[in-house]
Design a protein around this ligand. Structure first.
Ligand code: NDP
Length: 480
């Protein structure tokens, strides 16, 4: 049985707490490892290590930092198979998906910020009448806490770590206790790439204890969090009196709006992905599908046929399109929404059941599920389920669907399918979301701002936005 350790000051060390948490393999429901249940002492050690490293790293030239980040990216790519296997085993996602998306994107995160930091500048203004120049320096801030969820474990953790260290900060990261494995492997890669001791530290443990101790530590100056809206609110409330800088990437319940004039074939193919990729466990999944009436019946027939063909299988099965959900409790939560939907009068068009995969009967598998609803305000259409369940609903008028799309507490992303330019401009202006895809989904350019509005979060990641977040501007007015 594997036992992973904390990564502190460049070494893998046993937790001082000497307490452990079972790590489950979702594909067969078995415990396959133990992870540290770190306590206050472990967190204090990691923060002290980051604080010490900051003295040197914050003054290290950006070209030197850039080289190390690029080396981390190279090593991740060289170890793609190992990382992908670990991610798939920990999370339940198809191995093919981890190889195609998760790990390559983690490498891209480091490579992107290795380049971006060499291009990152700040403003200066000359006030001719006053004979003065104002210029702004951007200093790294100090110790940063990076807290990430389980759905895209390495992908999302490195999306935070890379810009934080590129800008000269030092990090203490806490991955989700459910998916700690690739974060553990990352430590060794960073050491091999020459990242100085203490620049990155990783502590494992429970959110409520280890995570809470980390964000509350007086020497942690910045918190970059991705996870549920409820947890985001708890973190914001905890750290507000300490005036820490905070970025929150939270839940979503995204509309997928389909007009009859769209490229139907492309829309159908992409909608299948935006509904069920990663078992529907992506904050950007389009879980509320609104279809214009003239094509509604055709869409319903074609979509259900395609959904029934999605192969649910063990993550190592090459044909698996859907693997296991991340945990038993999460599977139970997702299944409970099928019951809620039935009570609310929804029409179960397909799926809705747990699946027994032969040879892996204790795994957390579920059928991809489509619910036809009549009311935008029903619970299954308003609450984030974060699993392989989507709702579909017809609409007739532009303003009607726009109202339904916006009538929700979340505002992370939206997809729009149409070839009408006037409508595109209207919808992209009026949809309340941080990210809108037109005639596509999940096409990402790392230079763009990423994040949500309303209860989907505060702040933006990506591009120069996040480099600004991880630096403190200082304005200097120089009279000549
Ligand atoms: P959680 O909010 O439960 O957990 C996220 C992380 O926070 C985990 O590492 C967790 O640790 C930790 N945590 C929990 N409580 C605290 C606390 N009090 N103090 C500090 N840390 C804490 O989210 P999930 O892991 O369940 O992830 C699913 C959620 O993430 C969904 O709502 C999804 O929409 C959202 N998400 C948002 C994205 C975005 O970019 N907007 C992207 C991906 C997911 P532990 O696991 O040990 O509890």
């Amino acid at each position: 049985m594997s036992k992973i350790k904390n990564y502190i000051n460049g070494s893998n060390i046993l937790p001082l707490s000497n307490k452990w948490i079972d790590n489950y393999n979702p594909s067969n429901g078995e415990v396959y490892g133990k992870i540290p249940n770190s306590d206050k002492r472990d967190v204090a050690l990691a923060v002290a290590s980051a604080k010490k490293a900051f003295k040197t790293w914050s003054k290290t030239d950006r070209n030197e930092r850039s080289k190390i980040l690029a080396k981390i990216a190279d090593l991740l790519e060289e170890n793609l198979d190992k990382f992908a296997k670990a991610e798939s085993k920990d999370n339940g996602k198809p191995l093919s998906l981890a190889k195609l998306i998760d790990i390559p994107r983690a490498a891209d995160n480091f490579r992107f910020f290795a380049h971006a930091i060499t291009q990152f500048g700040s403003e200066s203004y000359e006030s001719l009448g006053e004979e003065a120049i104002n210029y702004t320096l951007r200093h790294p801030i100090g110790v940063v806490a990076c807290i990430s969820p389980w759905n895209l474990p390495l992908y999302l953790l490195t999306w935070k770590i890379a810009p934080a260290i590129a800008t000269g900060n030092c990090v203490v990261a806490k991955p989700s206790e459910v998916t700690p494995m690739t974060a553990y492997l990352l430590g060794d890669i960073c050491t091999k790439a020459g990242l100085p001791k203490g620049v990155l530290n990783i502590v494992h443990g429970l959110g409520k204890t280890t995570g809470n101790t980390l964000i509350s530590h007086k020497d942690v100056k910045v918190i970059s969090f991705t996870g549920g809206t409820k947890t985001g609110a708890i973190i914001a409330k905890t750290v507000a009196p300490m005036f820490k800088k905070i970025s929150l990437e939270l839940g979503g319940k995204n509309p997928n709006i389909i007009f009859a004039d769209c490229d139907y074939k492309q829309m159908l193919k992409t909608t299948l992905l935006s509904s069920f990729s990663n078992q529907g466990q992506i904050c950007l999944c389009g879980s509320r599908i609104f279809v214009e009436k003239p094509i509604y019946e055709k869409f319903k027939t074609d979509f259900i046929k395609a959904v029934k063909n999605l192969k649910v299988a063990h993550p190592n099965n090459k044909d698996a399109k859907i693997g296991a959900l991340v945990s038993k409790s999460h599977l139970e939560k997702v299944l409970s929404y099928v019951k809620i939907a039935k009570k609310e009068g929804a029409n179960l068009l397909c799926g809705g059941e747990k699946i027994m995969v032969k040879g892996y009967e204790k795994g957390y598998y579920m059928q991809p599920t489509v619910l036809e609803i009549q009311n935008n305000n029903c619970k299954v259409n308003q609450e984030e389920i974060f699993g392989p369940i989507v709702t579909i609903m017809p609409f007739e008028k532009e303003n009607e669907v726009l109202k339904m799309a916006n009538n929700i507490r979340y505002g992370l992303s939206a997809s729009l399918w149409t070839n009408n330019l006037k409508r595109t401009l209207k919808f992209t202006r009026e949809i309340e979301a941080g990210i809108i895809w037109v005639n596509t989904w999940m096409l990402r350019d790392l230079r763009t701002p990423f994040g949500g509005v309303k209860d989907s979060g505060v702040g933006r990641e990506g591009g120069f936005e996040v480099l600004r977040f991880f630096t403190e501007p200082k304005n200097i007015c120089l009279k000549y």
